[in-house]
Design a protein around this ligand. Sequence first.
Ligand code: URA
Length: 444
Amino acid sequence: MLALRLIERKRNGGRLEAGEWRALALAYAKGHVPDYQMAALLMACYLKGLDHGETVALTEAMLRTGETLDTSSLDRPAIDKHSIGGVGDKVSIVLAPLVAAAGLAVPMMSGRGLGHTGGTLDKLESIPGFRTDLSLVEARKQLEEIHCVLIGQTSEIAPVDKKLYALRGATATVDSIPLIAASIMSKKLAEGLDGLVLDLKLGSGAFVQTLDDAMTLGKVMIELGHDHQCPTVALITAMDRPLGRACGNALEVEEAIQSLAGEGPADLMEVTYALGVEMLMLGGFSGGRGEARATLEKLIRTGAAAEHFKRIIKAQGGDPRVVDDPGLLPQAKAVEIYAAPRRGFVAGVEPRAIGKAIIDMGGGRSQMEDPVDPSVGLVITAKPGDWVEAGEPLGTIFAADRGGIEVARHTLGKAIRISDEAEPPLPLISHRISRDGVEQLTSD
Ligand code: URA
């Protein structure tokens, strides 16, 4: 009865009180509200919006419904990064071991693929044996021992986000500023953080398409962090083309491993280092930003970050040999080169279409229960602004069968635009937002 009244009120443009959000979150976590009613409420929220007070109340309700990680006795600051999601965004897999090797504790709680975007949990689970469903006690122990844990929402920690996240992905209710803010901040605040860095992806492959929306989302999340004594800063980064080259679960893990070995694509490394510097600064790094960056570069160069990733994989039940031999990751059965149909400039590489094609190839979900084929995806070497000759390889398709190859060929034919004129892409890292204001950055 409670849910029906709340759905009606939201549908009619009304607002829900903090106590109502709390009661609803609790009832949903206990299974007393069915998914079909929650789906209707999500759609009403998506269409009618939530005011600031409701966003705060929903975040709080989601946070308080689960347990929180106690990081108070760790011997180092607990700092995390979260991206609002994109295509080819494997930053977390490079960044978490890297900043842990630099001396931070990283209790990173991620999600699965959402909408057209990939999810860190699905990517990590392409490593044979890797477990992301650790209990709070296991997560805490690992954090003490190796200073980094890569987990998902569970029935203990962020249980409401675990359910809503999957439901939103299957009901076209993802790209809503208040729902994204509550989803991200409820799980990040449950991690017991001393600081949080947000990667606000902007562009057609992201959940926000305009600079104004990215700023609004960033400011809401920064305030939510501040209200919970979790200093939060955000960088706005480009998602008008895929990040790096690989898109698809196992392929992205392979590219993350290459990056940890010092062979990462320039754009991926630039974003990783920029976010890493912010994390170190929030963690009280004693030198300046330049020194923070040099520290991170050195940890890649010496192999210390890659070694740390092996320790994380081993601790979470995975096969650490993948770091030295990515051939142990799931391999696609059908592989084909995609070549340029004509000569000219690469005018654009449309990320949303690529993300959707990967779902159609079996590499993501369109329904909550769909299995995921970790081996499929695309490696796109062409970048906006490149000059290409007809017949030159632009990328490689990794599919389960001929049907998957055809889906990918058709998509790439539309997603990679070749034209006589180059078109400027969005700057890779355009703004830094903190409680002190917005700083425009120059990059690219
Ligand atoms: N990442 C999340 O954790 N939640 C969202 O809603 C979007 C991106």
